[in-house]
Design a protein around this ligand. Structure first.
Ligand code: ARG
Length: 582
């Protein structure tokens, strides 16, 4: 890629001038404002400062030594020592030819592929998957897809909540309240009903509180934990019923997991983990419980983590520590990514800190990729009118229905079955895109009208842009012409500003993909694709394609096809399907 070539040559020039310089900080990035150039580097200012050199002087020397004539106009030095680079049209055209030959699609796989475990979605058994789980599912899937595209070894693991005190109550409910017919009709709703009923009787602050039920729930839990056959059988059925519901949703969303090792998978590893932590002095007893204290870690001061409760039971922290240990031993990952909502930040800070004390030399990067809430139009967490959590399945149904209205209006001539298929892609795409577009750490307001709009930074807009390019080639084919991308790409000429802008945007696909993987921020890719679609529109308005001739025509067709491919590849990484027409 051109950016990498410039970066490499800049690093070589820096190494010639400052042989001891740390070259990893010598980076070249896309320029935020094209006024200043296409790429820029601010690395020399830092290097000069460390060495008490005059930054402009250093920049001048290095620029004079840089060999970039084949790629760029003469390097410009700006402000206190920025380097600005402007690509030559011929270099861009050459790059397009290589892409047209199919040698790359404006990105290169990672030079050092790593192994990464992505822990995402992770809903809880016997509860419906609600909108709170959608962000984890969509973000995690997108990160896994991006990492895979870049050639990393990705292991996805759905850490479902299939263990814990709720099963004591669920078992009481199952044995005393279960309505088998209701369970047949809608298993999760029935499980939820019995859970709620028993939970109310077990909660001291509820009018239904009944100490005997609480005692019963405790006893059922102890039996389950002890491996009682009947309770284990019921527990397994509850997991299977929940898994069916999860799988239906994952199927609709096109999400799959390599593993579903739920919390219970780690049960017989918990005691050993706790023993090890104890023997290494990482946890100590306090009022009968075992805790890790973090007095030397300012943000965690006064926030000790319990790893064994007073009654001897393990908890969420213990399970996550045993899980980490298992993943390390099994896959030896370079990174583990946990995608959960922001309320679990303290939990993961504690788990990571304990783990660092336990395995001080493990070179694994631990990333808690957290996200904010989805809000309703009233700026409160999204709920149904009656105040219930919105079920994911209902949300997806509604997305498809609403998209159908948009699609039917736009394409009244298409048969209904085709309209429905397009609406499925548009509706699910709109929900996913609305979730991926905002900075993940901010809350966002869920708005059907906004996410389904055909204009603006939305899924329908991007999908429409892609199908519009398809239709150019349909027209071409209808007129009896065949288009051979590699042949057309052999001789290209870029002259119009809109052509150049589009070619440059294509160039930046690589940078964006790697940034998404590195910083776990799919919104970068959303914004990149939105800009690409905008640049394509500008190009298509300014530059006639089918009516042009010769090399100009070939160049424009190549730009169309490559833009389509980048759009389609980008959308696929976001988890969106592109319809043939729209
Ligand atoms: N089941 C948890 C929840 O719904 C999320 C689990 C996330 N993964 C983990 N390793 N703790 O909140």
């Amino acid at each position: 890629m051109l950016r990498q070539s410039i970066e490499q040559r800049l690093q070589q020039a820096v190494a010639r001038r400052l042989p001891d310089a740390d070259l990893t900080s010598v980076l070249v990035r896309p320029c935020p404002d094209p006024k200043f150039g296409d790429y820029q580097s601010n690395a020399l200012m830092g290097l000069a400062k460390q060495r008490r050199l005059n930054p402009r002087q250093l920049a001048t020397e290095i620029a004079a030594d840089l060999q970039l004539d084949d790629l760029c106009e003469p390097t410009e030095i700006a402000g206190p020592g920025f380097l600005n680079f402007r690509l030559k049209p011929a270099a861009l055209a050459a790059m397009l030819s290589v892409a047209a030959r199919g040698e790359h699609l404006f990105f290169r796989p990672a030079t050092e592929p790593y192994t990464v475990v992505v822990d995402f979605s992770s809903p809880n058994v016997a509860k419906p998957m609600h909108v709170g789980h959608i962000r984890s599912t969509i973000l995690g899937d997108c990160l896994a897809r991006t990492l895979r595209l870049l050639g990393h070894r990705v292991i996805t693991d759905n850490h479902i909540g299939d263990w814990g005190t709720q099963f004591g109550m669920l078992l009481v409910g199952w044995k005393t309240l279960l309505d088998e017919a209701a369970l047949d009709r809608d298993p999760i709703a029935e499980l939820e009903r019995i859970y709620r009923a028993v939970n109310a009787r077990c909660s001291e602050d509820k009018p239904e509180f009944d100490p005997a039920t609480l005692e019963q729930a405790r006893a059922e839990l102890v039996k389950l934990q002890g491996g009682d056959e009947e309770n284990t059988g019921i527990w397994r059925r509850m997991i299977a019923l929940s898994q069916q519901q999860f799988d239906t949703i994952y199927g609709r969303l096109g999400v799959r997991f390599d593993h579903t090792f739920g919390e219970s998978f780690y049960n017989d590893r918990l005691a050993e983990a706790v023993t090890e932590l104890e023997s290494r002095g990482i946890v100590r007893e306090s009022e009968g419980a075992l805790l890790a204290f973090f007095d030397d870690v300012p943000p965690l001061k006064n926030q000790p983590a319990i790893v064994r409760k007073r009654d001897g039971a393990a908890n969420y922290t213990t399970t996550d520590l045993a899980t980490l240990q298992y993943r390390l031993a099994t896959w030896n990952p370079d990174e583990i990514i946990y995608v959960t909502d922001g309320r679990q930040q303290l939990h993961f800070q504690q788990v990571f800190e304990i783990f660092r004390r336990w395995h001080p030399d493990a070179p694994v990067r631990l990333s808690h990729v957290w996200f904010g809430s989805i809000l309703g139009e009233n700026n409160q967490p999204l709920k149904t009118r009656s105040g219930e959590n919105i079920k994911l399945a209902d949300l997806l149904d509604e997305a498809e229905e609403r998209a159908l209205r948009v699609v039917a209006e736009k394409n009244p001539e298409l048969p209904e079955s085709e309209q429905r298929e397009i609406a499925r892609m548009v509706g699910l795409g709109a929900v996913k895109y609305a979730d991926l577009l905002p900075n993940r750490q901010s809350d966002y307001v869920f708005s059907w009208d906004k996410m389904l709009a055909l204009n603006g930074n939305t899924a329908p807009y991007l999908l429409y842009a892609a199908t519009r390019i398809r239709s150019i080639f349909r027209k071409l084919a209808e007129s009896g012409e065949t288009f051979d991308l590699a042949a057309a790409g052999a001789d290209l000429t870029l002259a119009e500003p809109a052509e150049l802008a589009l070619a440059k945007q294509l160039q930046n696909f690589d940078f964006v993909l790697h940034a998404v993987a590195e910083e776990h921020r799919p919104n970068y890719l959303c914004n990149y694709l939105y800009e690409l679609a905008g640049q394509f529109t500008g190009f298509y308005e300014a530059c006639p394609v089918l009516r042009a001739e010769g090399t100009v025509r070939a160049t424009r067709l190549v730009l169309c096809e490559l833009t389509f491919r980048v759009l389609a590849q980008g959308l696929e990484v976001l988890g969106l399907e592109v319809p043939e027409r729209m």
